[in-house]
Design a protein. Structure first.
Length: 256
């Protein structure tokens, strides 16, 4: 199958995405990072899980000043932060009626403005905190929609055979027995800001709890890439925001 032919058909759908370059260790509370100690508002306590009440693991902190993409309605100086309960003793993401919900009590996803001096955190209170990786730079790449979005967006330009090929590439990605000679999926499968979300199953944009609008994709956190954790069976997590209520965020992962 000629990937160039397929890309030519998708050229108008290409979007810039930015993959983080990381290094081991923490660079302070204000840096962009996976895991580690976040910037907190003055007097604020570390976010906790709504079920077990333990301090939640920081998944990602994105310093908006350093972010290669600018998001309308978000402060120029501030942070995007995602905290998630990974307590293996309670499995809180499965605990209640909001099981695996992008708005569950086991997840805190937020945008905060950095106004003045933040709260000094001397020690990470998370039990078994995952190793910290600092984001030191960004690599720009051209990203294309996942197979589940290609067909409705191209209105028949992609043949059934080409669509099946793209589905197979996505479905087989990451499997130990995958043919190494095959190209990667057209949708970048690792950590990134911007671009398109890689759906391993059906398209699943969440709806805003305030207005029920389809939420916008913001970024992706893959299993065991910058963040040293596997979502389910090496699946992929994504962050979304409401196009109107721009500080209403959703964070969830989906599998293959």
């Amino acid at each position: 199958m000629d990937m160039k032919v397929i890309k030519d058909k998708l050229v108008q759908l290409g979007k810039s995405a930015y993959a983080p370059e990381v290094s081991e260790g923490d660079g302070g509370q204000e840096c962009s990072k996976f895991s580690g100690v976040p910037w907190l508002l003055k007097g604020e306590s570390w976010p906790t899980c709504g079920y077990c009440n333990d301090p939640s693991q920081l998944v990602l902190q994105l310093n908006l000043t350093e972010c290669p993409l600018k998001f309308a309605g978000w402060p120029e100086q501030g942070f995007v932060q995602v905290f998630y309960c990974l307590n293996e003793g309670t499995y809180c993401e499965e605990a209640g009626d909001d099981c695996f919900s992008p708005f569950g009590k086991f997840v805190t996803a937020r945008v905060i403005e950095s106004q003045g001096e933040g709260e000094l955190v001397k020690e990470n209170p998370v039990k078994g905190a995952l190793p910290t990786r600092v984001i030191t730079g960004w690599k720009e790449l051209l990203d294309y929609p996942a197979p589940t979005e290609v067909e409705p967006l191209t209105e028949g330009k992609v043949t059934e055979e080409e669509a099946d090929f793209l589905f197979d590439l996505t479905e087989d990605y990451g499997l130990s027995w995958r043919d190494a000679s095959l190209p990667e999926p057209l949708t970048y499968p690792k950590d990134k800001v911007g671009g398109w979300p890689l759906w391993l199953q059906d398209t699943a944009y969440p709806s805003c709890p305030e207005c029920e609008a389809k939420m916008e994709y913001v970024l992706q956190v893959a299993s065991n890439d910058g963040f040293s954790h596997g979502w389910g069976d090496c699946d992929i997590a994504q962050l979304f925001r409401c196009p109107t209520h721009k500080k209403v965020l959703a964070f969830s992962w989906a599998g293959s």
